[in-house]
Design a protein around this ligand. Sequence first.
Ligand code: GDP
Ligand code: IMO
Ligand code: MG
Length: 409
Amino acid sequence: MKQNTIVLGAQWGDEGKGKIVDLLTENVSAVVRFQGGHNAGHTLVIDGKTTILRLIPSGILHNDVTCYIGNGVVLSPSALLQELQELANNGIDATKRLKISKSCSLILPYHVALDHAREKAKGKDAIGTTGRGIGPAYEDKVARRGLHAADLLDSEQCAIKLEKLAELHNFMLENYYGAEPISYKETLNELMAAREIIAPLLTDVAEELQRLRINNKNILFEGAQGTLLDIDHGTYPFVTSSNTTAGAAATGTGFGPLYFDSVLGVIKAYTTRVGAGPFPTELHDEIGAHLAEKGHEFGSVTKRPRRCGWFDAVSVKKTVAINSISELVITKLDVLDGLKTLKVCTAYENGEPIYTELPGWDESTYEMTNYDDLPQNAKNYVAFIEKAIDCKITIISTGPDRSHTITLG
Ligand code: GDP
Ligand code: IMO
Ligand code: MG
């Protein structure tokens, strides 16, 4: 692995980024989240034991690795405390390995309430957000009125800023959406309680990353969501509220753009999407249902069923360019085992996908660790995708466990 690597999703999220970040963490000193919040759900399976991370970087299960939450992340203090507790219940004291940027924007209960109220008001046009307050928190950030994590350090300043926000958001909630207001006092008390745990973790992430770089340490930058959910490059307005693309790894951490050495894109061997919005290769038949069932395609955050469809080489070719992806990881190849025929979208005509058909394979590829053991048609499928999107595939994932992995030269 190159020194400073970005790992990100090249489709609509849930490509298996968490597994890959955990796997590659053995080569690095630090793992950094740079955008999104606890709308992410990254699943790690190690020796059969599953851990789901939302906000905390997927390197956290490794000793001696520092995990950073960069300034581009929207941080919910309550979600963070819950996740720290979940890890503590499993014997992991994440507070020993976790550091948080002072400039992270905070997600407050107002943002969650607004997220729900807006989705409800949109009715059939709802985006299908995760309901975690992500969009409203980013709005407050760019409106220059949001709270930063550093505001927790100054209780007086925090109370003044919060009161202004409470006034504005409660006005909207009550008068525009007809929703319940959120108590300012309770919110302040909760923040002050969370401060006890969060304050010692706050740091200048940009400065720490510079120090690591100068000392030739390897750093992994962990993306959340996927390129097609990017606020600028995705299927707007059915997107998330952050830039999920490679550039955000620089802006969301303070690590200079020229200091990155590689961008690793993660793709699923087929396509999934959770939430509303266009999905040209979506399958509404028994094959789609089969992929959903075999691939356990249910959201790790919201448990919503994920929509499933064929691999779209046209859109991934674009996401490779947008992110300057230097190599790809393909996950969930095993989910395609047993399908007679596979289809890959290789062109569009009048907005409709045109497919190339490839023969499937009967054998199980589940848990395979050796490329040579793969059925010839599975090798052909991977090679076809590589050629269609013109980017090298360097890792093939054949199961959820860290060990279910084929690493190619
Ligand atoms: P992320 O959001 O990109 O980290 O992906 P998620 O964790 O939300 O979703 C990926 C799901 O697929 C998780 O349940 C993983 O445990 C699982 N998974 C990852 N890689 C593989 C694989 O190669 N094969 C199978 N069968 N499951 C996988
Ligand atoms: P990971 O990191 C898949 C989707 C939501 C919705 C849209 C906007 O696990 O890949 P938001 O709550 O962000 O305002 O919702 O984005 N979405 C995801 N889909 N994986 C994710 O994260 C997602 N995070 C948000 O379903 O369509
Ligand atoms: Mg996920």
